[in-house]
Design a binder for this molecule. Structure first.
Ligand SMILES: O=C(O)CCC(=O)C(=O)O
Ligand SMILES: [Fe+2]
Length: 272
């Protein structure tokens, strides 16, 4: 499976001159047109802030199952939590353990703007950490929209700002280590789908496994050290008249047997 060329756009450089901004904007748009995604770096988001948001998520996942189950939102089970504006803990493995264990995943999805329902009583500081992370991500998404506007001659910033406050989600995915002697390399961990909303930012560890559909073929998105993945979602496609298509993507167990069985974690921010 070959890797697709994905642009790495330096957000800091965009602010140095108009020509740097235009060049970066075009490269961002070209990458999203080709593969539905682009990397951005030099965003100003502190690594310590990301690590902290991941660390409170891991504190939550380490809690006893009955405590975690208090946060299950049954109404969002169909949509994997994302379509919902409420908080939820989703355990995708409950029915599958012992059969398709490579599909095992626990997800935490919280809307940073909804005040009630955070697990602060069981993980002190959870909501502060995720809210701070979401404020930083929101700022980055606004800068990405500005670049898209510069290249496409659209008014996405204005449209999405002038609408009443949009919904947001922070999502943490935990794919546990796989304990088996069986060959699980390349098996599907998350089925192919596209996500709702406008744009998302994906912070992934160095394990890999994310693939995007490109000309009918799924190609690897290898993690890029220090860079965040911008993903085009359904509403962006709608608002750009399909000039930017939403990305169809999936997650597989890495094909390298040395890392296939290791745990993987990702943290995402969605502007919905
Ligand atoms: O964990 C990943 O790399 C992506 C997961 C995903 O596509 C999702 O949660 O919507
Ligand atoms: Fe997704």
């Amino acid at each position: 499976m070959s890797a697709t060329p994905i642009a790495i756009v330096d957000l800091g450089r965009c602010e140095t001159s108009q020509s740097a901004l235009e060049e970066s904007a075009d490269s961002l748009v070209e990458s999203i047109r080709n593969s539905g995604v682009a990397f951005i770096r030099n965003t100003g988001i502190q690594e310590s802030q990301v690590k902290h948001a991941e660390s409170v998520a891991n504190d939550f996942l380490a809690l006893p199952q009955d405590v975690k189950n208090r946060f299950v939102d049954r109404s969002s089970a169909q949509t994997d939590g994302l379509g919902s504006v409420v908080h939820s803990y989703v355990n995708m493995d409950a029915a599958r353990i012992g059969t398709e264990y490579w599909k095992t995943r626990e997800s935490l999805i919280f809307n940073p703007d909804i005040k009630m329902g955070f697990p602060d009583d069981v993980v002190p500081g959870f909501s502060d950490s995720w809210k701070a992370f979401s404020i930083s991500c929101d700022d980055v998404i606004r800068r990405v929209l500005k670049l898209l506007d510069a290249s496409l001659n659209t008014r996405l910033c204005q449209v999405f700002n002038s609408e009443e406050e949009r919904s947001k989600s922070v999502k943490f995915n935990h794919y546990p280590a796989i304990q088996t002697n069986e060959d699980v390399c390349g098996k599907i961990r998350v089925r192919a789908h596209s996500d709702p909303g406008i744009l998302s930012l994906l912070f992934q560890d160095n394990i890999g496994g994310l693939q995007v559909e490109n000309n009918g073929e799924f190609v690897d998105v290898a993690p890029e050290e220090g860079a965040i993945l911008v993903q085009a979602n359904q509403l962006l496609a709608q608002h750009t008249g399909d000039r930017l298509k939403e990305v169809h993507h999936r997650v597989i167990v890495p094909t390298d047997p040395k890392i296939a069985c290791l745990q993987r974690q990702t943290l995402s921010y969605f502007l919905l």
